[in-house]
Design a protein around this ligand. Sequence first.
Ligand code: NAD
Length: 290
Amino acid sequence: AAPLGLSGAARAAELRAEVTARVAESAAAGVTVRLAVVVATEDESTAWYVRSIARAAGRTGIACDTVTLPPDATADLLRARLAELSADPAVHGVILQTPLPPGVAAADVAAAIAPDKDVDGANPLSLGRLAAGLPAFAPATAEAVVQLLDAHGVPLAGRTVAVVGRSTVVGKPLAHLLLDRDATVTVCHSRTAELASVTRQSELVVAAAGRPGLITAAHLAPGAVVVDVGTNPTPDGGLTGDVDAESVRSRAGALSPVPGGVGPITTALLLRHTVQAAGAAAATGAARPA
Ligand code: NAD
């Protein structure tokens, strides 16, 4: 039997509607909600992704500025630009797009993003706060996985989840978000011995490795719920996930599609975080004497 498709479309639409309403409230109060996306790469798939953020922002009424730096920008230049945007009261959210110029570490420069504008949870302080159970913006992709599962009524408490990938943007923050929901989490990575035997023990598998076709039927317990975070470019200009959808079809209980699963929710959450940041800034500003 074909597994149930865990589409992200409906939840993403719900989030966009919520954001649109809140942006309109801000506009009525005289505030233009603004997101800045810093790009320092000529990578075509990054450019495509940034355009899709700008388009989605535009549809909700959020102003989106793409700040383009040269592909050989230094860490100092990136930090200076991020600090400047963080200090600009007209900007509510700041995103640093990867890949970065060779030799520049994302976590290092992302420390220059003010935590209250860090709408993609890139500042190491945000990850630390998340891990400590303090309020922080989670990386949108990690949060999108939980939102997708919630939207489809997949319970998390007490269930075993294998997260495949331990990156700072997806695997690690997702492990914390799942622990907060009382899941029993195993984090796998490129040096995990016998990946299939680990993932086969899990009721849910989240694939976030950036390796097309990594997860096959052999990796799954019968009926496992599979979330595919991978967005790997295909030669024909499309996208493919980390899951071999054909292979897992008869074994998985549910599978999220690529594209159309985690991705649309991720973009919508970036916008939701931005409007939340704008709301928090307005509340602080209102409390401050003129
Ligand atoms: P990354 O390269 O930073 O990390 C990949 C992780 O996968 C590493 O921790 C590595 O140890 C692990 N890994 C690699 N090969 C493996 C293997 N054979 N077995 C087990 N683990 C392995 O990548 P990332 O930034 O975390 O992104 C992961 C994927 O998610 C990519 O395809 C990326 O394009 C995608 N992504 C999607 C969204 C979205 O919105 N849908 C957002 C961010 C990233």
